[in-house]
Design a protein around this ligand. Structure first.
Ligand SMILES: C[S@@+](CC[C@H](N)C(=O)[O-])C[C@H]1O[C@@H](n2cnc3c(N)ncnc32)[C@H](O)[C@@H]1O
Ligand code: SF4
Ligand code: SF4
Length: 357
């Protein structure tokens, strides 16, 4: 039975929705998982366990066209799975280039050779991010791929003239396995003209595993030597201040020190990515966080309309109450979430504010 109180509550809820929708900006980060297929079996990733039909070229082309009209020039981030397995990849990159959409692609690099680099260069790829955790066989062991570190090193050092318009970056996951090797990697990167930047991520719960708060207690790649973690991150911060090619914000590097003590930092700080992130799955569903539900589907028409739908609002509401820790606010989308959680002055790292929200 409805009471004056429940009617008031429903009315306030309708008002809140109206205000939120009005204030909600279009998404600022577009992350496309063209495929979840992968031929590698890295120790920290099980994304490849996905099996099933994936979209072809046309829906992705139409999505880029719609987003360009809605957002203006934007950056189309291609992740995965292993994107170099996507048969229509260069066609899609060309479409992005023709519309003035910037592209960035992260790869394990195993399939890269001169002809492929040349094709990527010709299709207008903006940034190529190579995953590389160490220069030694540590990397090969993490990825169960003998000779991979040597191959990537050679790709970087012989980065051809045909691909020179592509910006080249290294992405390195900090874990117990490579803690002692990161500075050697940085020394090498600093000496490589071809490399624009090195970007660090902290080990997160392996993708496509059941999310739980205590995952790190049972993960043998989780570093437990906190002194070594702090020492490394302090030196990385110093190298950055001295002009090193390190792309992470300083705050993020400082934050990692807290993260390795308690990876559930954002459980206490809330995840606000629902307001900025649009991730599109290999099957055309989209959301800011698939763990909290699907916001829409490319097959159902306008992404813009679905972004402002009740269904999308509901996912945002669940996200704000999330009590999990995951890769997105900690690594890939740290900056955007920190700005929403800590406000405009988030770059002035204040440890007390972070520890006691
Ligand atoms: C999921 S992969 C997809 C692209 C491509 N297959 C690759 O490996 O570069 C994207 C990035 O996530 C990183 N990654 C994988 N598992 C991770 C984890 N558990 N924690 C943090 N980063 C992870 C990978 O090392 C890679 O740099
Ligand atoms: S991290 Fe990349 S290369 Fe490794 S299994 Fe996952 S998708 Fe494949
Ligand atoms: S932290 Fe954010 S992105 Fe990660 S599971 Fe929770 S709501 Fe989803």
């Amino acid at each position: 039975m409805s009471t004056p109180f429940s009617e008031l509550h429903a009315g306030l809820d309708r008002l809140r929705r109206l205000v939120e929708r009005e204030e909600l900006p279009p998404p600022a980060i577009i992350d496309a998982q063209l495929t979840l297929r992968c031929f590698m079996r890295c120790r920290y990733c099980r994304i490849w366990t996905f099996e099933g039909e994936e979209l072809g070229f046309e829906p992705w082309r139409d999505l880029v066209t719609e987003l360009r009209a809605w957002l203006g020039p934007f950056q189309f981030i291609i992740s995965g799975g292993e994107p170099l397995l996507v048969p229509y990849l260069t066609e899609l990159l060309e479409h992005c280039r023709d519309l003035g959409v910037q592209t960035s692609l992260t790869t394990n690099g195993r399939l890269l050779d001169d002809p492929l680099l040349e094709r990527l260069g010709r299709s207008g790829l903006g940034t190529l991010v190579l995953s590389l955790d160490a220069l030694s066989p540590t990397h090969d062991q993490l990825r169960d791929s003998p000779g991979l570190a040597g191959h990537l090193r050679s790709v970087v050092e012989h980065f051809g003239t045909s691909s020179e318009r592509i910006k080249l970056k290294i992405l390195s996951v900090i874990s117990r396995a490579n803690l002692g090797e990161i500075e050697t990697l940085l020394d090498w990167a600093e000496g490589c003209e071809e490399l624009t930047a090195v970007l660090f991520q902290a080990l997160a719960q392996p993708f496509s595993t059941e999310f739980r708060q205590d995952w790190y207690l049972h993960n043998d790649l989780w570093p437990d030597d906190l002194e070594a973690v702090d020492g490394l991150l302090d030196r990385v911060v110093r190298r950055q201040a001295a002009g090193g090619k390190i792309e992470n914000e300083r705050f993020q590097l400082e934050f990692y020190k807290l993260y390795f003590r308690d990876p559930n930092q954002f459980v206490r700080h809330r995840c606000n990515l629902g307001r900025v992130l649009l991730k599109i799955s290999n099957q055309g569903q989209f959301s800011a966080c698939f763990h909290m539900g699907v916001m829409g589907d490319l097959a159902r028409g306008s992404v813009r309309e679905q972004w402002y739908s009740r269904q999308a609002d509901e996912v945002r509401r669940r996200m704000r109450r999330c009590d999990l820790s995951c890769n997105l606010p900690v690594n890939c989308n740290f900056k955007e979430n920190a700005a929403l959680v800590f406000g405009d002055r988030w770059r002035e790292f204040d440890r007390d504010a972070v520890e006691q929200p």
